[in-house]
Design a protein around this ligand. Structure first.
Ligand SMILES: Nc1ncnc2c1ncn2[C@@H]1O[C@H](COP(=O)(O)OP(=O)(O)O)[C@@H](O)[C@H]1O
Ligand SMILES: [Mg+2]
Length: 361
């Protein structure tokens, strides 16, 4: 491309532009006026499975499935209208198909002479995947509501069990063996009620109200919900929570969601190693911040994953296991609390998230 630009002696600019196009995540190609590919960026190579050299020998039409070729415009039509847009189906080298949305744009020089046709492709699969994820998160909301209902139902009988246990306890003070058993029942029902209470608070959603509160309490609450599960996954939890930390201005429900997301991610990373350790530290950070360090000894992340984890829908987990929304939502919540979240990770060794929040004054 850019014969004209080169004639002007501005080769540098052409190269720079090509480099920019090379970096794009969207597939881009430049076509000559016969519809043959002159240049393609790496994203197009990835999409079709052909390398640059193979692509250059191809007519653009051969990149599409037979069926969708019918929808392709005639070159003449593109040239008269200067642009075209439509949905097509790419036929990849491995014969698989992938739906795309294509935009063609005629490029002319200053005098209106035709130079090339620019082709921009948007992969629809990711868009489709996104829709699926949205449905998935809708489902989660429904499950949340259901859970709240079930929790409410369970709370009643549990209260009855605990009530009777307490009556029995007061009637059998002199039987140490029975007393011990009853104490255990009482303890376990209290624990169940606590979990249910949290589940109910959690699925009730956020009021959007912030109040001064203790970050340690939020951490404890989040772990209450998941402690048993972590044990079952061979995960040890170490908490180093500084007592008498200054309070922060927070929406308890939202921050609990953030901590739960971190715990669940750590659990998944540790699962792949058959277990390990989660460590959570809370401490004061001079001059006016509270800091939480949340580490795991899981599989860690290479930089090319680490750089994307806060993006919505980014996930390395199989369908049904991850939505790719946890960290992006957490990021938004933390920003809304005027806080910060950052991450360091070593592949194979583990990951540490650092959260900071301004102290409530
Ligand atoms: N503690 C961790 N250790 C290793 N990788 C992690 C950790 N936390 C997050 N990740 C990576 O970040 C991705 C995005 O996380 P998240 O937004 O919570 O979505 P999801 O958990 O649904 O995949 C995960 O799929 C995983 O690849
Ligand atoms: Mg997650």
């Amino acid at each position: 491309m850019g014969d004209k630009i080169q004639q002007n002696g501005d080769i540098y600019q052409t190269k720079e532009l090509l480099r920019v196009l090379s970096c794009l995540q969207h597939p881009v190609a430049l076509l000559n006026l016969k519809g043959t590919i002159k240049w393609a960026n790496p994203a197009l190579e990835r999409l079709c499975g052909y390398n640059q050299e193979e692509l250059k020998r191809k007519k653009i039409t051969s990149l599409y499935s037979k069926e969708s070729r019918k929808n392709l415009p005639k070159i003449q039509e593109i040239l008269t209208k200067d642009s075209w847009q439509g949905d097509l189906v790419v036929l990849k080298k491995d014969k698989t198909e992938s739906p795309v949305s294509v935009a063609l744009q005629v490029i002319r020089d200053d005098e209106g002479k035709l130079l090339s046709i620019l082709k921009l492709i948007q992969e629809l699969t990711s868009q489709k995947a996104m829709e699926k994820q949205l449905i998935q998160s809708e489902k989660l909301i429904v499950i949340g509501t259901l859970a709240a209902g079930v929790a409410h139902e369970l709370n009643q009988p549990l209260m009855v069990i605990r009530g009777y246990t307490q009556i029995l306890l007061s009637n059998h003070q002199n039987d140490p063996e029975l007393k011990d058993s009853l104490k255990r029942i009482e303890g376990q029902t209290t624990r169940m009620m606590k979990i249910i209470q949290h589940l109910r608070n959690f699925s009730r959603g956020s009021t959007g109200m912030k109040e001064p509160l203790s970050i340690n309490q939020i951490i404890e609450n989040a772990f209450t919900l998941l402690n048993q599960q972590l044990k079952a996954h061979n995960i040890e939890v170490i908490k180093e929570l500084t007592q008498d930390l200054p309070q922060i201005m927070a929406d308890a429900n939202q921050l609990e969601q953030v901590i739960i997301n971190l715990i669940v991610n750590a659990r998944d990373a540790l699962d792949q190693k058959g277990g390990g350790e989660i460590k959570v530290v809370s401490r004061f950070k001079k001059p006016d911040k509270v800091e939480i360090l949340f580490s795991d000894t899981g599989i860690g992340m290479p930089p090319h994953i680490k750089n994307h984890i806060f993006e919505p829908f980014f996930t390395t987990k199989e369908a049904g296991k991850g939505t790719g929304l946890g960290l992006s939502i957490s990021h938004r919540i933390i920003k809304d609390h005027r806080g910060d979240i950052s991450v360091t990770s070593t592949e194979g060794k583990g990951t540490t998230f650092v959260l900071t929040f301004p102290v409530y004054k």
